[in-house]
Design a protein around this ligand. Structure first.
Ligand code: CAA
Length: 259
């Protein structure tokens, strides 16, 4: 199956799944097959109870250089519309497990948009981010304007989407687009360590935190605080919450069962 060649998947015993995009000859550009494979893989991992956290990477050299330009070079409006590529992104959006993007090298256009679908972005020191669609007579079409706006604000977003300029990892971190910057050689390892830590926590608490944080971005503060309070209260009906508190008092590591 083509998805096995262009996507590598490693589901580890510790609850961490690592997805690696592997199309080095095209700088991991997201062609249709890759989008389908990513979508299927996220759907699969979301249904696999053994998976507690997901690391998404393009490997050591490049995260993804954007949508595959060959896929749309001569496309018409009708053809682009009928592809309904939003369906492929949706299974990443619907993923209830935390996603950590481990970015080395370029994360451009659809690649930057893909990274922004994650819940954390760990960047290697030489990573480069950008939304260069304007240079192609285009604009971002998978959340580039809107996710950037929410992450880094209007004036930094306009700088990136209107000029197409690339920014390095440190600058991206200062803007609020990157969670942490590490040495290139440690990017994936560090993202996996973070995922492993999260995988050790109660999956119910972790998934509630992810859901409330993401939903809250687009709600009024009042409604978001109410949602947070309800989610917080719901956790008191879980065995994991009792286990966490008991383990604290018994001075031992908690063993969360996801119940
Ligand atoms: N689509 C298709 N092929 C791509 C690609 C892309 N986005 N990016 C790179 N490639 C291909 C190149 O065509 C080249 O193929 P050949 O060897 O067959 O010529 C190969 O990958 C290597 O590329 P370069 O020789 O250019 O490698 P480089 O290291 O010198 O430069 C780069 C790397 C800066 C990423 C440069 O390739 C580049 O600018 N790529 C395009 C980036 C871009 O414009 N991305 C936005 C795409 S539009 C989009 O994403 C729309 C959306 O939001 C939905």
């Amino acid at each position: 199956m083509e998805s096995q060649q262009i996507l590598k998947l490693d589901i580890r015993e510790d609850g961490v799944a690592i997805i690696e995009i592997h199309r080095p000859e095209a700088r991991n550009a997201l062609n249709l097959a890759l989008r389908q494979a990513l979508s299927e893989t996220f759907r699969q991992l979301n249904h696999d109870a053994s998976v507690r956290a997901i690391v998404l990477t393009g490997g050591e050299k490049v995260f993804a250089a954007g949508a595959d330009i060959k896929d749309f070079a001569t496309a018409s409006t009708a053809q682009m519309y009928l592809r309904h590529t939003e369906q492929y992104w949706q299974s990443i959006i619907d993923c209830t497990k935390p996603i950590i993007a481990a970015v080395n090298g370029y994360a451009l256009g659809g690649g930057c948009e893909l990274a922004m679908h994650a819940d954390m972005i760990i960047a290697g020191r030489s990573a480069q981010f950008g939304q260069p669609e304007v240079k192609l007579g285009l604009m971002p079409g998978a959340g580039g304007t809107q996710r950037l706006l929410r992450a880094i604000g209007k004036f930094q977003t306009m700088l990136l989407v209107l000029t197409g300029k690339f920014i390095g990892a440190e600058e991206a971190k200062q803007m609020g687009l990157v969670s942490e910057v590490v040495e290139d050689a440690n990017t994936i390892e560090h993202a996996v360590e973070l995922a492993k830590t999260i995988a050790g926590f109660s999956p119910i608490a972790v998934q509630q935190i992810k859901e409330v944080t993401n939903l809250g971005q687009d709600m009024s503060l009042q409604a978001a605080l109410s949602l947070e309070r309800k989610a917080f209260q719901i956790l008191f009906d879980t065995k994991d919450q009792k286990e966490g508190v008991n383990a604290f008092f018994e001075k031992r590591p908690a063993r969360y069962q996801g119940e």
